[in-house]
Each structure stands twice: as C-alpha cells, then as structure tokens.
Design a protein around this ligand. Structure first.
Ligand code: NAD
Length: 734
C-alpha cells in the first residue's frame, strides 16, 4: 500500500514506518496523517509476516505535534452546525476530536509491539503517539526534547496523554509535567520512565530492532489484571494525601482561570479510577468540552496561529529581498547590549560589541561566558559550544570594526545626547545600506533619527529584559523608516528565533505604555485604601504574572517618578496632580525607596526573598478593611485599564494589527494569557459590555477609564476588533 506521509518497509518481520511528510520541514499531525496511520496499523496488525513495528521520523525531528488549525476547523464546523441540530453537532465534535485517541488505542491494543524511535523534537500528539507505543527509544544528546505543551494553548493532552503519563510516572512528577507543559530532555524523560532507553541518533532504528528482537510485550501493564498505579490508587492512604494537595497547587498556580488545566486534573482524577478504554472516553469528553471554551479559542488564536504568522513574517514587506545578518554591531555593552550580543552570537551571528572602555566591553562579553557556563552545568550546552559562541563576539572600543556590519543596534544610556553622539560615530564607520537600530525604551524613534544622515535606514528594535528569556521584540517604525530597515529588522529577529511586533512611533510605544497603566492602577488602588496584599493578590488572580506594586518595583519607582515629573513639566499648569504623585514623591524623594534596584520599594528585598514593606501605610494612610472591596471589581479594573489603553493606542495608529496587540501583550508583559491578549479580552466580552464597564469605572474612579471614540463607535453595534480589523487586511497593508 502506498502512503503519502509515511513509508513502510518490512525486513526480517519488522515493519519500519518512517514518517516524512513531503514539502514540510517538520512532521505535523493532520487529517491525512491520521487516515494513513490508521491504515498502517491495520496493515501491520493483519500481516502475519510482521512480528513488530518501529515508528520513526525521516526528518531531523519526530514531530511538532498536531496542526492546531485542524482543531480550529473542527470547532468552526461545530459552531455552524450547532445552530441547527445542537446534539448532532456536539456528537460530531466529540467524535472528531477523539479520533486520534482512538487510533492510538488501536495501536496499543493491536497485538503487535510498536517501538517509537524518537529524534529531535517530540511534541504534543507526537509524544502521545510515542506513549501509546510499547517501548520508546530517544536520541542521545541535547537535540531530543519531549513535551505535552497543550495547556499553554488552553487545551490539555487529549489523545491519551493524561491517562498514560499518570500510569507510567510518579504521580507528582507526572502531574507537574502535564500541568506545566514543560519540556523534558532525554535524561529527565528516562528518569520519569517516559522513555525506556537512549541511543545515538544514527543508531536509533538499530537499537529499536534489537529491542524488538529481545522481545517487547505487546500488552500494556494497564491492560493486564492486577495493574497498580505507580503512586497507589486514588482511593488509598497515599492517594488521600496526594490529591487534596494537588488541587490546592492547581488553584494556587492557575487561580482557576484555565478550563484546560482544570479539565486535565478532572480527567486524570476520574480516569485513574477506571479501566483504560473508559478512562480515554472520560478524557475525550473533557477534551471536547474544553475545545469549546472561549479561553481555548482565544489562546489557540493568539499563542499558536497569530504567533506563528508573526514569526513567519506576516508584517514583512514582501518585495524586500531576504537579508542574512552575518555581522551585527552592538553599541553599549551594558545590561541590554550584553544580552543582545549573547542571543545573536548563539544564533551564529558575528558580533562586534562596543563600549567606551575596553573593560566595559569585556564585561559585556563576560555575560555570554556566564550564561554558557550555566548552560553547560545544566547539560544544555557543551564546552565547544561556549568556545564557538565566545569566538563570535569581538569586544572592543573601536568603531571602525562596524565597517562590515549589516545591522547595528544601539543600547547605550537612555540619554538623547549620548545617543546622538554614538549614532554619528557609528554611521561614519558603517557601510552603505547597513541598518541602524535603537533599543530605546521610551524615546520616540523619529526624534532619535534626527541625528542620522540616513533616517530611512533608522529603526527601533526594542528588546525586553532579560534578553535571553523574553521572546518578544518590539520593532518601531520612525516617520521616515523605510521598508529595507523593516525587512532587515524582521529577518534579524527571525534569525534569533524571537517573535516580532511592529508598531508606529509614539512615546512608550505599545508595551511600556500599557505596563505603566497597570502599575498606575495598582497605585491608585493604594490611594483608594485597598490593602497592598489584596492589590497584589488581585493582580495575580486576574492572570497577571506579578502584582502591580511588584512590577512597579521591578521597573523602578524613581523611573516612574521621573516620567511623572517630566509630564508635569511638559504640561505646566494643565497638569492635574493626583494621589499617585504624592505616593511616588513620598516613596522616591523622601524615603529613597526606588524598588528592587536598591533593595527597597513597595517590597523589602533580601537576596531572592521579598516581603511587602510594612511601612506602606505611613505613605498611603491606613488601608480600609478588605471586606470593603469587591475582588471581582479589583481584578477587572486591572485588566480593563490595560485593554482600554491598548484600544487607545490602536485608535492612535501606533498599533495596526490586532494579532500584534494580543501576542505583544502576552509575551511582552504577561497580560492574562487565558484571555488571548488585550484586544481579545475586549472581544471576549464584546465592545458593548466593555464600554459599559469602562463607563461604570469612570464614574467610580475617574476619567482615566473613559472609553475612547473608537470603542464607543464599535459598541453601537457590539462590533469585535477581529471583525473590524481582520488580520489579513493588516498584512496586505504592510
Ligand atoms: P546600561 O547602563 O546597563 O548600559 C549602557 C551601556 O552603554 C554602558 O555599558 C555604558 O558604558 C555604555 N555607553 C554609554 N555611552 C557610550 C558610548 N558613547 N559608546 C559606547 N558605549 C557607551 O543600560 P541598559 O539597561 O543596558 O539600557 C540601554 C538601553 O536599552 C537604554 O536605551 C534603555 O532605555 C534600553 N532598554 C533597557 C531595558 C532594561 O530593562 N534595562 C529594556 C529595554 C530597553
């Protein structure tokens, strides 16, 4: 039988199934893969000449998992059909979404042993396929990665993953692996008993053959009488200790915001008390249910579909030829410059790292040394990788070395005059056509470009700290920035494997501006008498990674005070001082509490530990009792303020693509991921409800909540952002 996505060859009774999808760089599970896999399993099971099978990949990696757009399609069909025969539509969705699970179960119970020979990345549905096999061998070395990351897009592993992991692993480790969606290397996966052995990448199939020849049991332990769960049954003394703690940890970590994570826990808890086939049905029921949740739809759209589109260059001007950045210049080897040099050198780019003094440039390079040493210690890199990476970075004070750089990124002090001087100095050395970028966090690019002799080649490339961890990069278009600069910036960001958003120039651009409103709202709550601990908890319950006061400390309160003072100076008599000014002035000017950077802000810091500063009431007055405040209201205030600011930025034209607003908010400042991002949050409740909420808050808390004209207009017909500004249009315009 011929297959498109697989080849099947039988030698000495062993069928070698090689998964190698044509015209794709990575295998993904789609409808045609499911169809063919099922036929292959039937063929292997029916062929008396075959005693066992090996399933492997013809590509460098096993698979990236299921094609989530397939699930989106299922859901679209369901929604259409649901308006007619709702029951039939639900049944169709259930059957469609459990198809993979049934195919894997067929493989597991077909009577012949299957061994998975796994190389490179093994994700989601691919991991579940491996777990359904009767043994697993993974490639040695750092290339192998295994994960069930479904919770990160609002779902959970629905093709047997929850049931098999928990029947194979220690319950605590298994549950953590499932709930966090974390990636395992080969050693960890083996220690957790999720793989049986490792072999060199080019000897995987031979090792699988040897395993089959030695004998692999085609019946799984859980399909035999007397099977016992690794950590003991749920209804046992051990289970009674484990499960209450597990649910408590779930609530602490998620604040019950993620239906996918909740359903995961439910399906594990219920499924582990049932025989495998019924357990899988339970898992499928929860999966079909979660698939319909608004959270899953929003997360799949932003964190899978949109993110992929942006990564692939949705906003890249198509007419521009692709540009490989062979050599990068970095000006300023401080905190950010050192990080930019590291991520670039890691991607194979030659880096010239410049500072005023050789010692400062060397210090910047030493940052890469430290990060690589850490990576080696954790088994994530080898000594020769470190050497190669460091050999790509030239630390110097000599601007002449910028001569053959394709791109230069400036990360010197946030000071116009310093920036002007380095721009002139760098441009004097740069070759024609090379692009110059500033990493400024606040200064408008158009004004910085005034120092440039070629403003069309001048752009903003704004990294987030820490550079090696943060996945987002905000690209800022100055008034005169040209397409070549944009294309180069996007090609560079793609090379270092980060996600770009492209925004138009304005003070604070997008992310910094919204983050400041979150911090400001936290301060306004303090002024309202809300207890500090309650503000912080409400921030986290709303889905933010940290509370607003904590974030204020991270960003630095003296910086916030500087911004407030500058605005006050700019606006003169028109400025209306509020309670926020008094709090900041007291904290910064009177008490020198600047935030994390000097160990004291709204928190006291001791090493890694921090605790809310007990003296806050000295600044704000005694807080009111917590009972005076409604938790749901406080949570909403924090999210509404950020979403509203985003809508304003959209109206002003600084943001022009809804995908970028959403993806940027989640990756840039951790805006409650379950909402799908700032604009999806508004769309989720509808512009009408959102405007009503803003008006209610404006009445209670002030004009900062007044909805903008765009929102009010949209609210008239309850229009959604994704309807009014369909992403394809933004791409066309770009
Ligand atoms: P930093 O003070 O750690 O580093 C600045 C470096 O620039 C110093 O090493 C300094 O010696 C060097 N420098 C100053 N003048 C120079 C010159 N004429 N030639 C060469 N080098 C010179 O500052 P940072 O935190 O890395 O910030 C750098 C830039 O990045 C600023 O524009 C800042 O706004 C922006 N930024 C910072 C963050 C952050 O979280 N720190 C985030 C995003 C953007």
């Amino acid at each position: 039988m011929a297959y498109t996505n697989f080849t099947l060859e039988t030698t000495d009774g062993i069928a070698l199934i090689t998964w190698d999808m044509p015209e794709k760089s990575m295998n993904v599970i789609d409808m045609s893969v499911m169809d063919e896999l099922e036929r292959i399993i039937d063929q292997v099971a029916a062929d008396d000449a075959v005693t066992g099978a090996i399933i492997t990949s013809g590509k460098a990696t096993f698979t990236g998992g299921a094609d989530l757009t397939m699930l989106e399609g299922l859901l679209r069909d369901f929604r259409k059909a649901h308006t007619g025969d709702a029951e039939a539509a639900t049944r169709t969705l259930f059957e469609g979404s459990r198809r993979l699970s049934l195919i894997y179960r067929k493989l597991e119970t077909c009577g012949k042993p299957f061994v998975a020979a796994l190389s490179g990345t093994t994700m989601g549905g691919g991991t579940e396929l491996a777990l359904a096999c009767h043994a697993r061998i993974a490639a040695e070395g750092d290339a192998f990665k295994m994960a069930l990351p479904e919770v990160k897009v609002g779902l959970f592993p629905g093709a047997g993953g929850t049931q098999r992991v928990m029947r194979m692993c220690d319950p605590q480790q298994g549950l953590q692996f499932l709930l966090q969606g974390k990636t395992l290397d080969a050693a960890k996966a083996k220690a957790m008993k999720l793989i049986d052995a490792t072999a060199p990448a080019d000897g995987l199939v031979a090792a699988a053959r040897a395993l089959l020849s030695a004998g692999v049991d085609p019946v799984k332990p859980w399909d035999k009488k007397g099977f016992r769960l690794p950590g003991g049954a749920i209804q046992s003394p051990a289970g009674f200790q484990f499960w209450p703690a597990a649910t408590a940890i779930y609530r602490r970590e998620t604040h019950d915001n993620y239906p996918g994570a909740r359903a995961l826990l439910q399906s594990v808890y219920e499924g582990l008390q049932l025989p495998m086939d019924q357990a899988l049905t339970v898992e499928s029921r929860y999966f079909a249910h979660v698939l319909q949740s608004p959270e899953a739809a929003a997360m799949i759209r932003s964190l899978f579909v949109s993110m992929q589109e942006l990564n692939k260059g949705a906003r890249r001007p198509a007419a521009q030829p692709e540009r490989r950045i062979a050599k990068l210049g970095v000006l300023g080897a401080g905190f950010m410059g050192a990080g930019i040099a590291y991520v670039s050198a890691r991607a194979g780019i030659e880096v010239v790292l410049i500072d005023r003094e050789q010692a400062a440039a060397d210090k910047g390079k030493a940052h890469s040394d430290e990060l690589m040493t850490k990576a080696i210690k954790r088994g994530k890199a080898r000594a020769e990788d470190k050497e190669a990476l460091l050999s790509r970075i030239t630390a110097t004070t000599d601007y002449a070395l910028l001569g053959d750089c394709d791109l230069v990124i400036e990360a010197v002090f946030e000071d116009r005059e310093v920036k002007r001087a380095v721009t002139e100095q760098a441009e004097a050395a740069m070759k024609p056509g090379a692009i110059y970028a500033s990493n400024t966090s606040t200064l408008p690019i158009t004004s910085l470009a005034e120092a440039s002799r070629r403003p069309a080649d001048f752009i903003g490339i704004h990294f987030f700290s820490p550079v090696d961890k943060m996945m987002l990069v905000e690209v800022i278009m100055g008034k005169q920035t040209g397409d070549a600069a944009l294309a180069t910036a996007l090609d560079f960001i793609r090379a270092i494997k980060k996600t770009p958003i492209v925004v138009n120039d304005s003070r604070g651009f997008y992310t910094s501006r919204v983050v400041m409103t979150y911090i400001r709202e936290g301060l306004m709550m303090l002024a309202d008498g809300v207890p500090a601990a309650m503000i912080e908890t409400c921030g986290k319950m709303a889905g933010m990674p940290v509370g607003p006061l904590s974030l204020g400390d991270e960003v630095a309160l003296d910086l916030a005070w500087k911004i407030v003072s500058a605005t006050r100076k700019d606006m003169g008599a028109a400025y209306q001082a509020g309670p926020l000014d008094a709090i900041l002035e007291d904290m910064v000017v009177k008490r020198e509490r600047f935030g994390r950077k000097n160990g004291k802000g709204f928190y006291d810091y001791q090493g890694r530990d921090k605790a809310l500063w007990p003296g806050i009431p000295e600044v704000t007055g005694q807080p009111k009792p917590a009972e005076d405040f409604d938790v749901a209201d406080l949570k909403q205030r924090l999210l509404v303020m950020q979403a509203l600011e985003t809508a304003r930025i959209f109206e002003e034209g600084c943001l022009s693509d809804v995908r970028e607003a959403d993806v940027g908010s989640i990756l840039g400042f951790g805006f409650a991921p379950f909402t799908g991002g700032t604009l999806s949050y508004i769309d989720g409740m509808g512009s009408k409800a959102f405007v009503a909420l803003c008006e209610r808050f404006a009445k209670a808390h002030g004009d900062r909540f007044a909805p903008n004209a765009l929102l009010k207009e949209m609210a008239r017909t309850d229009q959604r952002f994704y309807q009014r500004f369909p992403p394809e249009k933004a791409s066309e315009a770009a």
